[in-house]
Ligand binder design. Structure first.
Ligand code: AOS
Ligand code: ZN
Ligand code: ZN
Ligand code: ZN
Length: 432
C-alpha cells in the first residue's frame, strides 16, 4: 500500500470540484477525435502508461554562477527529496521514478532509502556520477579533468567513483548509469584533442567492465560548459563513437540543452534510434544554451517533433525500443515541485500528441511528395489540445485533475517550510 504524502481526501476534494467540467471537455474532445477516426479511450489508456523520471537535484531551488535565491522548505537531504518526488508522482501519476546523483544523494543506509522509495511507490531510474567537482578531502583533483585527466591517479579515482555508483545503484534497484563529464579545455593547445578522447575511452572501458548485464551506460554529451574552448564529449558523433567502442550496453543520452543553437535535435534522435544507440533523454527547454528551463516552456513544437520521431521508431522497432525518459532542469524562480509537475505533463503531452499523428497518411504524403499535406499532418496533431486526455489519465490513475491547483490547495510547501528550516549550502544545489 503506497503511502500518500498529501492526504488522499484533499486530492479527492479537488477532483470533485473539477470532475464535471473535465467530463464535458473530455466528451467534446472525444467527439471531435472520433470524427477523425481516433478513439479517445485508447489515447487515454496510452497516456496512463507514460512515465518520466524526476531528477533528485531538481527538487531544490537551482541557481546560476551569479547567485542562488533559496526557496522555502527546500529538501535538505535525499530522504526529503524523495518525499517531494512522491508528491510530484502522487498528483501527476507520470513520474514513477527518481534519478539520483552521487555523492550528493549518497544515502547513509541504501537499503533504508530503497524501502522509503518502495513505501512511497517510487523506483530509481539511472544513477548519475559526479566527477565535475572535487569533494572535500579528495586525494586527486578533477580541476584538469576526470576520466580524461592527464593525471593517472585522477582518472583512476573517477573510474572508481563510477563503479561505486553502480554498486550503490544495484542496492537501490537502478538499472543504469549516466556519465556526464565536464572535461575539456579553455584554451587552444591546452589539451591534445585526440589524446583526451583516447584517455576517456580507456577510462570508460573500466566503468563498462563493472556494468551488470541488465544495466545500460548512458553517455551524455554536451557542447560546452564548464569547458569553453572544447568539451571532450561535445556532440552525438563523439558519444556515438564511444558507445560503439564500448559495446551494446553503452548508449547515447540526449539532453535537449546540450547542442549548438538551432540544431535539429529530432534528427539526432532519428539517427541514434536507427543505429540502436538511443539510450535516453534529459528533458528540459532552452533558448540559448544549457538553460535547463522547464520542458515545453520555450519550444513545445520541438518536443513534439522529438516524440514524433520516437513514435516512428516505436512503430518500426516495437517493444525493444525503450529509451529512458528523465527530466534535467534547474528551477530558479519557481517552486521546483510545481515546475517538475508541469514539465512532466508537458513531456506527456508531446507523447500523446505524437500518438495522434496519422502515420499512414503521413507516409503517403511523404511518398507522393505532397509536402504541404505532410507538414499539415504533423501540425494537425500538434495543434490538438489533448489537455482533457492528460487530466482524465491522471484522474483514472489516482492523481489530480489540476496538479498545481491541488498542490497549492493542500498547502504542502507551507507545511514543509516549518519542518525544514533553511540550510546554507544544501547538497545538490541544483546549479547545473
Ligand atoms: C550537465 O550539464 C548535465 O546536464 C548533467 O546531466 C546534469 O545537469 C548534472 O549532472 C546535474 O548537475
Ligand atoms: Zn543533463
Ligand atoms: Zn546540462
Ligand atoms: Zn543542465
Amino acid at each position: 500500500m503506497t503511502k500518500n504524502i498529501i492526504d488522499a481526501a484533499q486530492v479527492e476534494q479537488h477532483n470533485a470540484s473539477q470532475r464535471a467540467a473535465l467530463q464535458a471537455d473530455y466528451d467534446a474532445l472525444g467527439g471531435m477525435l472520433s470524427r477523425r477516426g481516433v478513439d479517445i479511450e485508447a489515447l487515454t489508456a496510452k497516456a496512463q502508461t507514460f512515465g518520466v523520471a524526476v531528477p533528485s537535484w531538481g527538487a531544490g531551488t537551482g541557481g546560476t554562477r551569479f547567485a542562488r535565491f533559496p526557496g522555502k522548505g527546500e529538501p535538505r537531504d535525499v530522504t526529503e527529496k524523495l518525499e517531494d518526488c512522491a508528491v510530484i508522482n502522487q498528483l501527476t501519476r507520470a513520474t514513477p521514478a527518481v534519478s539520483l546523483h552521487f555523492p550528493w544523494d549518497k544515502p547513509s543506509d541504501p537499503k533504508a532509502l530503497r524501502q522509503q522509495a518502495d513505501e512511497l511507490g517510487l523506483g530509481f531510474d539511472a544513477v548519475n556520477s559526479n566527477t565535475f567537482q572535487d569533494q572535500a578531502g579528495q586525494a586527486h583533483t578533477y580541476k584538469f579533468g576526470s576520466l580524461t585527466s592527464t593525471n593517472k591517479a585522477s582518472r583512476e579515482l573517477a573510474v572508481q567513483h563510477n563503479i561505486d555508483c553502480i554498486e550503490l545503484g544495484k542496492t537501490l534497484g537502478s538499472k543504469g548509469l549516466t556519465v556526464w563529464v565536464g572535461d575539456g579545455a579553455n584554451f587552444p593547445g591546452q589539451s591534445n584533442l585526440r589524446g583526451a578522447l583516447e584517455r576517456y575511452i580507456d577510462s570508460a572501458k573500466g566503468i563498462y567492465a563493472a556494468l551488470p548485464d541488465d544495466w545500460q551506460m548512458y553517455i551524455e554529451h554536451k557542447l560546452f560548459e564548464p569547458a569553453f574552448y572544447c568539451s571532450v564529449i561535445a556532440d552525438w558523433g563523439t558519444s556515438f563513437a564511444v558507445a560503439q567502442t564500448l559495446g551494446p550496453k553503452a548508449k547515447c543520452l540526449v539532453d535537449l540543452g546540450h547542442h549548438a543553437p538551432n540544431t535539429n535535435i529530432e534528427m539526432i534522435v532519428a539517427r541514434l534510434a536507427q543505429f540502436g544507440k538511443l539510450g535516453g533523454f534529459h528533458f528540459n527547454d532552452s533558448k540559448y544554451g544549457d538553460d535547463d528551463l522547464d520542458s515545453g516552456s520555450i519550444d513545445p513544437f520541438q518536443l513534439f517533433l522529438i516524440f514524433n520521431e520516437l513514435a516512428d521508431s516505436q512503430a518500426r522497432d516495437g517493444a525493444g525500443f525503450n529509451p529512458s525518459y528523465m527530466l534535467d532542469q534547474s528551477h530558479n524562480v519557481t517552486d521546483p515541485i510545481e515546475s517538475l509537475m508541469s514539465s512532466a505533463v508537458e513531456v506527456q503531452r508531446a507523447f500523446v500528441q505524437a500518438s495522434l499523428v496519422d502515420r499512414t497518411a503521413l507516409a503517403g504524403f511523404q511518398e507522393s511528395n505532397d509536402v504541404l499535406q505532410a507538414a499539415q499532418t504533423l501540425k494537425k496533431a500538434f495543434r490538438t489540445d489533448v489537455s482533457p486526455i492528460l487530466a482524465m489519465a491522471r484522474l483514472r490513475s489516482g492523481g489530480a485533475i489540476d496538479p498545481v491547483a491541488a498542490y497549492r490547495a493542500a498547502g504542502y510547501r507551507e507545511q514543509v517550510a516549518v519542518k525544514r528550516p533553511p540550510k546554507a549550502g544544501a547538497s545538490g544545489s541544483g546549479i547545473v
